[in-house]
Design a protein around this ligand. Sequence first.
Ligand code: AMP
Length: 147
Amino acid sequence: MSGYQHILLAVDFMPGVENICQRAREVAECNGARLSVIHVIEPVVMAPPYEGMPSLPVDFEQQMLESARDSLRQLLDRQKMMESVEWSVEVGSVKWTIIEQAREQRVDLIVIGSHGRHGLERLLGSTANAVLHAAPCDVLAVHLKNG
Ligand code: AMP
């Protein structure tokens, strides 16, 4: 069986993200795979939903994008991954954007964090769960201890 060729690592900036990065890097190195990193921001509704509420500034989404890019750059710098990965910040539904990118980029493994939730939290669903059920490829859910 041949190893993974292209791995997509999905990151937020929550505690434990370093462990997910490390695991993704190890798997990529073991397989000699290309590693891409993605962070997704949900689109912002610009129009005020209620009369009398102020609108968000027009460039709000742009500012969010820029600060997300800065955070991702800093994370990859800290993890010493900046030189060896391709990375991007996308706008959209977190689950569907990860799935879409995996399809478009012909990814064969998605690496994602999982809090291993139970009870009501599990019923309500998690990103890892949602991605696992719709993924076009293997998914590695890295257990986050402080979840
Ligand atoms: P959650 O279920 O929201 O706690 O997230 C679990 C995992 O989903 C995180 O550890 C990340 O791997 C991934 N994830 C969550 N939010 C995002 C996001 N905005 N962009 C990319 N990946 C995310």
